[in-house]
Design a protein around this ligand. Sequence first.
Ligand code: TRP
Length: 333
Amino acid sequence: MKKQEIVLTGDRPTGPLHIGHYVGSLLNRVSLQDIYKQYVMIADVQALTDNSANPAKVRENVMEVALDYLAVGIDPAKTTIFIQSMIPEIAEITMFYLNLVTVNRLLRNPTVKTEIQQKGFGESVPAGFLMYPVSQAADITIFKGTIIPVGEDQLPVIEQTNEIIRSFNRTYQTDVFPEAKALIPKVSRLVGLDGQAKMSKSLNNAIFLGDDEDTLKKRIMSMYTDPGHLHVSDPGKVEGNVVFVYLDAFDTDTAKVAELKAHYQKGGLGDVVLKKYLFEVLNAMLTPIRIRRMQLAQDRGEMMRMLLAGTEKAREASSQTMQEVKKALMLNY
Ligand code: TRP
């Protein structure tokens, strides 16, 4: 028997998933699915909040993300994988929550503030984007999710979800919703190949789960190391060196990594040799994922059927919660 608590999480389908997602969330989901009832949502509606002019991009990436999920071992028999836009109750409940949230509170949400800057919205913030934490509260609560695995940057969104939950329960004198707890992974922001920022598709500094061997090699060879390490014999810096960041994150042979670090710091270990070693480690990890992904991609019809079956299952839960919500709001005509 699985434990009572419900895990709810998801991704915006704006690109295929990368190795930052792998250590940051995908591996966790593979273990959580054996312990809890788990829902994983492909958040196409949320993706449109900052991609309103690119529906084709969102549509394509729903499938890419689904392929990534199954390729890493998220199992549709254990995890309910579903498409956000096909759960109308999420949009419906969002309308009710909007009455419990002030515009000022949304403008002060640190996640939203940072993302508005990053995306360069300036004075033209789409209202749908501004209120995405409300719609995310809807995602979480419609499934009564209590364990919410998210990156550190999403903590303020979970905090706001709990404010909405408390406000709803208080205002309508009900206990429909349990509070949500964020679950932050150990490596929650893997640095990109450039060593500058978090790994992301838009910054072109990512290694994707579906990358072929040549692409993987090229990406690793382009990686930021220590700009002061000009000759093999020079002592090199480990701190901030992306190769070592990735070895720490992905190589299970910690003794070997410690040895390489000492050698690099002393001098005599070249970047190319080091990068070739990282290639071996990452390629060993990614090869089975890549093969499985390619096999799955052969039958996109079957993949879509899997998503629709997951969505149907998710809807049983969401329509059940909606009945309770309507009762609390006296809308159960
Ligand atoms: N906002 C999340 C992200 O950008 C994705 C997401 C949408 C999500 N709805 C969610 C995560 C609900 C957890 C729970 O990564």
